[in-house]
Ligand binder design. Structure first.
Ligand SMILES: C[S@@+](CC[C@H](N)C(=O)[O-])C[C@H]1O[C@@H](n2cnc3c(N)ncnc32)[C@H](O)[C@@H]1O
Length: 285
C-alpha cells in the first residue's frame, strides 16, 4: 500500500521474511521494533532495482541471478560499521602491558604471532593492534600477521586503502599520529607502510565458518562490537568458531559492553590489572 510519499509500505509478513533471510545469512537480528528502520534503509534498493514492493524485493534476494551481490548490498544497508583507532584504551593497555609480554615468551621459539580482528570494519582496529605491537618493540624480525576480516566488502576496500579522516582519529594520542601516519591531504592521513606490512584483510562471514580463509591458529582474537547485533544462537556459533581458531591459552577480547555470561563456558575469565579478558584454557583442544 503506497504511503503519501509514494513508497511501498513493508507488510508484517514481508518484514518477517526479510528479517529471517538476513538472519539466516549473517546472524544479524533485526528486532521486531525495527520494521520502519528496515523499510527506510531498503527503500533505495527497491528504487534502484525498479521493484514495486518488498515482496518483489524478497523474491529478488531469493531467486535473481544477481541475488548474492544484492544480499551483500542489503546487509550493508542494515549494518553499522562504527569504529575508530585506539578504541577502548583500558583493554588496549591490558593487551600491551600484560598480554604481549606473555606472547613474546610463549612464542619465543617460533617467533611467530597471529592476531585476528574479526569484524574489523574499515581496519582501524587491526592497524591499532599492529601499532601496539610496534610500540612494544618486542616483535621486530618476527613473522607477524594481524588479519582483519569482515562480511562487508565495502569496508574492506577502505581498510586496504588505509586512509582516514579526523573521525577515525578522534581517540588517537598525538604521539601515535606523529609516529604511525603520514599526511596525504587536508584532513587525510595514511597508515605508514611498516605498520601496513603486518596487516592483511579478507572477506569472511562469521556465520559461515568456511566462507573465507582464516588460515592458521590465532594467538589473540579481537571480536569487539560485532556480536551485539546477533542473537544467542548466532553468538554461540561465532564463539565456537573463535574457540576452534585460537591456540590453547590464546586470548579473546570482546567489546566493553559484551561478555560470555549464558553464552559459553569454554573460555576462562582472566583478571588482568587493567581489564578482564577471556582465554581459551591451556588444556583446550
Ligand atoms: C560496529 S563494527 C565493529 C568494528 C570494530 N571491531 C570495533 O570494535 O571498532 C561491526 C562490524 O561487524 C561486521 N559484521 C556484522 N556481521 C558480520 C558477520 N556475520 N560476519 C563478519 N562480520 C560481520 C559489520 O560489517 C561491521 O563492520
Amino acid at each position: 500500500m503506497p504511503f503519501d510519499t509514494g513508497k511501498p509500505e513493508m507488510t508484517a509478513e514481508e518484514f518477517r521474511l526479510l528479517r529471517d533471510f538476513v538472519y539466516g545469512h549473517c546472524g544479524i537480528l533485526v528486532r521486531d521494533d525495527m520494521k520502519f528502520v528496515m523499510q527506510r534503509r531498503l527503500w533505495p534498493r527497491l528504487e534502484a532495482l525498479g521493484l514495486a514492493d518488498f515482496s518483489a524485493y524478497y523474491r529478488y534476494l531469493r531467486f535473481d541471478a544477481q541475488r548474492r551481490a544484492e544480499l551483500e548490498t542489503a546487509i550493508e544497508a542494515l549494518t553499522t560499521h562504527e569504529t575508530y583507532f585506539f578504541r577502548e584504551p583500558r583493554q588496549l593497555k591490558a593487551f600491551s602491558e600484560e598480554v604481549l609480554p606473555q606472547l613474546e615468551r610463549r612464542n619465543a621459539r617460533t617467533k611467530r604471532l597471529r592476531i585476528w580482528s574479526a569484524g574489523c570494519s574499515s581496519g582501524e582496529e587491526a592497524y591499532t593492534v599492529a601499532m601496539l605491537l610496534k610500540d612494544s618493540g618486542r616483535f621486530e624480525g618476527w613473522d607477524v600477521e594481524v588479519h582483519g576480516t569482515d562480511i562487508s566488502r565495502r569496508v574492506l576496500v577502505a581498510a586496504r586503502a588505509g586512509e582516514y579522516g579526523p573521525s577515525a582519529l578522534r581517540a588517537t594520542p598525538p604521539d601515535k599520529i606523529a609516529r604511525y601516519f603520514i599526511h596525504v591531504g587536508p584532513n587525510r592521513v595514511r597508515v605508514r607502510d611498516d605498520v601496513r606490512a603486518w596487516v592483511t584483510f579478507g572477506h569472511h562471514n562469521l556465520q559461515e565458518p568456511d566462507s573465507g580463509q582464516i588460515g592458521s591458529r590465532m594467538d589473540v582474537v579481537f571480536c569487539r562490537n560485532v556480536m551485539i547485533y546477533f542473537d544467542t544462537p548466532a553468538r554461540q556459533r561465532v564463539l565456537r568458531l573463535i574457540y576452534d581458531k585460537l591456540v590453547p591459552g590464546g586470548y579473546l577480547l570482546l567489546g566493553h559492553s559484551e561478555n560470555l555470561i549464558n553464552l559459553s563456558a569454554d573460555f576462562e575469565l582472566v583478571h588482568l590489572r587493567s581489564d578482564l579478558v577471556y582465554r581459551k584454557p591451556e588444556g583446550g583442544l
